[in-house]
Design a protein around this ligand. Sequence first.
Ligand code: THU
Length: 161
Amino acid sequence: MKKITLQTEIEVFENLFELPKKDALLMQAALKSMESAYAPYSNFKVGAALLLDNGEIVSGNNQENAAYPSGLCAERVAIFYAGAKYPNQKILKMAIAASSDSKPTHVPVPPCGACRQSVLEYETKQKQKIEILFMGKEGSVAKAAGMIDLLPLGFDSTFLS
Ligand code: THU
């Protein structure tokens, strides 16, 4: 028997202003997109913004549905749109901002498991990590070097061949 230790390093910035300029601009796009989320059932709004290799920023937000499971998270709305519209552009970064409507969230909100899996697919596709930044409505910002760092032992297409 041997033990394997999995380690993840996450940078935590005190606030938006401590971030490198490019990251702060991307997070601002996520915060803006969060405002337009369609979340009448949970009242929890999430915005995601992606920076592509060509400099383009693609954003999306959570879209809920009266048949609850038919809705989709912000991260997947954004990354599926990027995959559909810019299939050959590498995705460099993803910024995520999330907050409850009733009580503004002050801590970084990490992406759900399904979104981690979905984003990991694009890291595998482009053979390059996607930096993941996440925060609440305000306060500190967390940054991981890639989605694989938030989904260790992830399942990807390399197992299928
Ligand atoms: N949500 C996201 O958009 N991203 C996540 O990573 C977690 C949850 C959305 C789904 C739902 O509309 C609301 O937040 C509450 O779960």
